[in-house]
Write a protein that binds this ligand. Structure first.
Ligand SMILES: [Zn+2]
Ligand SMILES: [Zn+2]
Length: 138
C-alpha cells in the first residue's frame, strides 16, 4: 500500500554540477512561481519556482558544505552551489520557522503538477506574460 498522493513521494535533486545533492520526502506544503524582484535576480530568470517543505523532510546526500549562503533580506537566506552557482534553497526562520523552500528546477525526479500558483505578481517582469490560469496573488 502506498501513502503517496499525486505522484509526490521521495524526490531527489541537485545543482547543475552535481556537487550538491539532496532528497525530499513527503508532500510539498506548497509550490509557487515567485515573481518578486529578488527571485528574478537570484535566478536570472522571469521568476523562481520553489517547493516548500518542513526542514526535516529534506536531507543532503552530498555537498552540503559546498553551499554558499546569501542573506537577501533581514530574515531570508538564499543558498546556492559555490561551484556552479545554481540557486537551490530559500529559508526565512523568522517568518516561516521550520520550513525550507527548494528550487523546483533542481529536481531530478519527475514532478507533474501543472497548476502552480503565482505570487508577487504585482512585481513581475514587464517582459514576461503569465499565460496559464493558475491562481495569482499580488
Ligand atoms: Zn554545483
Ligand atoms: Zn521571490
Amino acid at each position: 500500500m502506498s501513502a503517496v498522493a499525486s505522484g509526490i513521494g521521495t524526490h531527489r535533486g541537485g545543482c547543475l554540477c552535481g556537487a550538491v545533492g539532496y532528497v525530499v520526502d513527503g508532500d510539498f506544503a506548497r509550490v509557487t512561481h515567485c515573481h518578486c524582484s529578488m527571485c528574478r535576480k537570484g535566478h536570472g530568470a522571469a521568476f523562481a519556482t520553489y517547493a516548500t517543505v518542513r526542514v526535516e523532510q529534506q536531507h543532503f546526500e552530498r555537498g552540503e558544505a559546498r553551499l554558499g549562503h546569501f542573506r537577501s533580506s533581514p530574515t531570508a537566506t538564499r543558498s546556492f552551489c559555490r561551484d556552479c552557482g545554481s540557486p537551490m534553497f530559500w529559508r526565512d526562520d523568522t517568518r516561516e520557522p521550520g520550513m525550507v523552500a527548494f528550487a523546483l528546477g533542481g529536481l531530478d525526479t519527475p514532478y507533474a503538477e501543472h497548476s502552480i500558483g503565482h505570487i508577487f505578481v504585482a512585481l513581475k517582469a514587464p517582459w514576461h506574460a503569465i499565460l496559464d490560469d493558475a491562481p495569482q496573488r499580488l
